[in-house]
Write a new protein. Structure first.
Length: 248
């Protein structure tokens, strides 16, 4: 079953536009969990323009499903992750100030060797690790050598080309990338610009997909459909069963 992790960054963006604590990131996460999502994702950035470090601590205190923290592994981010000990940390190559993730890691140069040290540190702390990657076979093999537990396939190009011949070619590349990853012992996640229209084809094609992380499209749909209904719609699009609700 493909697990749905809801990225709640956009809830924080809306709150920060006005100040105060409305809408509440914690209450939004509770609503998503009650609706059956399997995890919550956050991507704190150095400028705190959406999720803040305090949000991360507040969410960790109420979490009853998997918690995934994404980000660039700078010193403050690493310290945060080590304090919170989430289920999973997803490392992305976003430099400070970037608007959103737009490419996977380039692991083929020696400059990426330091990531192996980071991955080892998180692994020793009992945190599952994932690297944000594109579909290049060399990058995937390198992720395995560096010690990642999973990769997260960057689905932006697939989403942008969905419904076109190019989109079919990109989807085929994702299918093969996932096949290679599984063959060499890596788990497979995916994320970026997935929505209700393009998810079903992706979920059918990419065998062994374990988790998708969805924020912008899901929260946008919730403006029209409501958050509970939207989470259930995304679970249906994935062909996944809701998570049993736990209380904390």
């Amino acid at each position: 079953m493909i697990r749905l992790s809801v990225n709640v960054n956009k809830i924080a963006t809306l709150r920060n536009a006005r100040g105060g604590d409305i809408p509440s990131v914690v209450e939004a996460a509770r609503t998503c969990i009650a609706a059956g999502c399997h995890g919550i994702t956050v991507h704190p950035r150095p400028d705190a323009r959406h999720i803040t470090f305090q949000d991360v601590f507040d969410l960790a205190a109420m979490m009853t499903v998997e918690f995934n923290i994404e980000g660039y592994p700078g010193a403050e981010f690493v310290e945060l992750v080590m304090r919170v000990r989430p289920t999973q940390v997803t490392l992305v190559p976003d430099p400070p100030g970037v608007l959103t993730s737009s490419a996977g890691w380039n692991l083929t140069s020696g400059a990426a060797d330091w990531l192996g040290v980071m991955l080892g540190r998180f692994r020793d702390a009992g945190i599952r690790t994932s690297l944000f990657l594109e579909t290049d076979a060399t990058q995937i093999q390198r992720a395995r050598k560096l010690g990642a537990d999973r990769i997260e396939l960057y689905t932006g190009p697939y989403a942008h080309a969905f419904g076109t011949p190019s989109g079919k070619e990109i989807l085929a590349a994702h299918r093969e990338a996932a096949r290679l990853a599984r063959k060499i012992g890596l788990g497979v996640n995916a994320g970026h610009d997935l929505d209700l229209k393009n998810i079903p084809a992706y979920a059918r094609a990419v065998k062994g997909l374990q988790e998708v992380s969805i924020g912008h499209a899901l929260i946008s749909d919730a403006l029209y459909m409501g958050l509970t209904r939207t989470v259930k719609a995304y679970l249906k699009a994935l062909g996944s069963r809701p998570q049993s609700v736990k209380r904390k």
